[in-house]
Write a protein that binds this ligand. Structure first.
Ligand code: 0RA
Length: 632
């Protein structure tokens, strides 16, 4: 190896990339599994930039047997020329200098900011080894690196007339807690990218298993995305409405299709980044939609003069839509940097949305009528819901009126210190009330099954006692009234039995929280308690066992003569046991409910809780274990 020159080089490179190795989380958010997967997305984002330039049509991702990754694209290839200001090749600059992308002139779309966009050099810094191969200028070129430092110079190895880039890397085991790539996580995002960039072909090949490669290619782009989101629902339009237009250099496209549910299912993207926190493009889309539907309804006298306007909520009931914008200098704001800040985008999107929807309604009168009538019905139902909600508001104003006798509140009044246990059943609720630390733990027993909110409209949902009490206890309100600042407990812990009924109740609760208090899920306030499955006694010594694996292990360790009790429900534990196994912060384990992917969560809830029986059957058969331990 030609190390000579590169010894000096190492030192320089490490000055830049050392920071990344020292504080990886600063660059990729975390060194957990999520951060590991970000490495792949970072490389793929660079290939997607080539797609956005119209320079690339295929991206192939391979997970090798040793969990190393290869990404190959047929873009232009990273430039190989010497860069005088750095005295090394452009390839080496891209691979070793932070944010080198910008140094090539920010002409094109760069997926910068947001979640990714930190630069391939970060992937290089966090890889035990990395090899880049570039096809460009009639040759194939390669260079190898270790922990970010070059170990060979860039060499033109043979003639080649193709163009593109291959990046192969093995993540550094001393940085990441675990090196295991999940095909599911990778395919979710790769599929999403294929939806958002119509025509591109993205393949994922997992060499660790025997499955054939996944191929993601959608000629329909976000139209296919909306069809996919609605696949298990009954729809009002035979094909989604689609509109695409560029204005003031902002590329706007949206697709929408109503279904007969009551839920709004709206996803927004800016430069391929899922803007979970919304932003100017989303508000522009919402107001354009509200205006165009109202205009049409008035024009066709479906709304009479005496009727008030349809509200935003009315026109979004049962709506599935994807709005995607691409712009030159996206500003990402918000807690998770997933809110588009560019204010000029709002007006552009509003006008284009209004234009697109209005002409669709004119051209498709049958569909238009079905859509608008659904919105009018929604508006009437909302009036009924408003009255029901008034009842809830008054109940919370009384602060405790409905709660008295139900909620055992904690004495601490600082929400950041407090937690609430939502407990299945009165008897477990009783034990929890006695066993808890009343200073900071509140207990709310829930009797029986709560309502399946996936199948009911808001007025009915709010008529349900258990749900009203829950809303009052949490203090935040729901949907548009939701205000996280009013949250009365920092942690909301679901404690249900470790059986099928318990899992069902947990899913019902999660569905409600996800649909009506989504921010609580997004911001990580929801937890699942882990009660023990067994009590194992040997002589005077007691052990609590949380799963079958642990039980096997303990059996081997302790030998024979054990008394094993399987807990059938939380109610079988006395208050002291419940405290020490499941509620004592020093000893308990809680599972945090995370929302990795709202698209997948929506899909799962629709399948689990919706009307269609066949997809549910299939899902439960395929994922029997996961459903029991539903962890979004
Ligand atoms: C810098 C400049 C150009 C392209 C790239 C980097 C590039 C990086 C990666 C990483 C994976 N695939 C990639 N493809 C391209 C611009 C090239 C030009 O202007 O010709």
């Amino acid at each position: 190896m030609a190390l000579g020159k590169y010894e000096a080089e190492d030192i320089q490179v490490l000055e830049g990339l050392e920071a990344v190795r020292k504080r990886p989380a600063m660059y990729i958010g975390t060194t957990s599994s999520r951060g590991l997967h970000h490495l792949v997305f970072e490389v793929v984002d660079n290939s997607i930039d080539e797609v956005l330039q119209g320079a690339c049509t295929t991206i192939q991702v391979t997970i090798h047997k040793d969990d190393s990754i290869t990404v190959i694209d047929n873009g232009r290839g990273i430039p190989v020329n010497m860069m005088p200001e750095f005295n090394v090749s452009a390839v080496e600059v891209v691979m070793t200098k932070l944010h080198a992308g910008g140094k090539f002139g920010g002409k094109g779309y760069k997926v910068s900011g947001g979640l990714h966009g930190v630069g391939v050099s970060v992937v290089n810094a966090l890889s035990e080894s990395l090899e880049v191969e570039v096809w460009r200028d009639g040759k194939a070129w390669t260079q190898r690196f270790a922990k970010g430092a070059p170990v060979t110079p860039l060499k033109g190895v043979k003639d080649s007339d193709r163009t593109g880039t291959r990046v192969s890397f093995l993540p550094d085991k001393t940085i990441f807690a675990e090196i295991h790539f999940s095909t599911d996580i990778l395919s979710q995002r790769l599929r999403e990218l294929a939806f958002l960039n119509k025509g591109v072909t993205i393949t994922l090949n997992d060499e660790r298993g025997k499955e054939p490669p996944h191929v993601f290619h959608y000629e329909g782009g976000i139209v296919s995305f909306v069809e996919h989101l609605n696949q298990n629902k009954d729809v009002l339009q035979s094909h989604p409405l689609y509109h695409e237009k560029t204005r003031d250099e902002v590329e706007v496209e949206f697709a929408l299709q109503y279904n007969d549910s009551y839920l709004e299912n709206l996803f927004s993207f800016a430069n391929n980044i899922n803007t979970i926190e919304g932003g100017s493009h989303l508000s522009g889309f919402k107001s354009g939609l509200t205006r165009s539907i109202n205009n049409y309804a008035r024009q066709k006298a479906i709304l009479k003069e005496k009727d008030g306007n349809l509200s935003g909520e009315d026109v979004r009931e049962g709506l599935t839509a994807v709005i995607s914008v691409k712009l030159r200098e996206p500003q990402f704001e918000g807690q998770t940097k997933t809110k588009l800040g560019n204010s000029e985008v709002e007006g552009i999107v509003r006008i284009l949305t209004e234009e697109g929807i209005s002409s669709y309604l004119e051209e498709n009168p049958t569909e238009a009528r079905a859509m608008v009538e659904k919105c009018v019905t929604a508006s009437r139902a909302r009036e009924a819901a408003r009255k029901a909600r008034e009842v809830v508001r008054r109940a919370s104003a009384l602060d405790g009126g409905t709660l008295a006798g139900k909620l055992a509140d904690c004495s601490n009044r600082d929400p950041s210190q407090c937690e609430i246990y939502l407990v299945e059943g009165e008897s477990a609720g009783g034990s929890a009330k006695m066993g808890r630390d009343r200073a900071f733990q509140a207990i709310l027993p829930l009797k029986g099954k709560i309502l399946n909110v996936e199948k009911a409209r808001l007025d009915k949902i709010l008529g349900n006692d258990e749900i009203r009490i829950l809303i009052t206890a949490l203090g935040t309100g729901i949907s548009d009234d939701f205000d996280i600042k009013k949250l009365r407990y920092d942690s909301i812990i679901l404690m249900t039995d470790a059986d099928v009924d318990g899992a069902h109740i947990r899913t019902l609760l999660l569905t409600f929280l996800y649909r009506y208090m989504k921010q609580l899920v997004e911001e990580g306030h929801i937890y699942i308690a882990q009660p023990p499955l067994y009590n194992v006694k040997k002589g005077k010594k007691e052990h609590y066992v949380y799963n079958d694996e642990q039980l096997d292990k303990l059996r081997k360790e302790l030998g024979d003569g054990l008394t094993i009790q399987r807990y059938k429900g939380l109610g079988e534990m006395d208050p002291e046991q419940l405290w020490s196994t499941t509620m004592n912060p020093e000893l308990r384990t809680l599972r945090k409910v995370t929302l990795e992917d709202a698209v997948v969560a929506d899909e799962i809830f629709t399948i689990l809780m919706g009307d269609k029986v066949e997809p549910r059957k299939q899902f439960i058969q395929a994922y029997a274990k996961e459903v029991k331990n539903l962890d979004i």
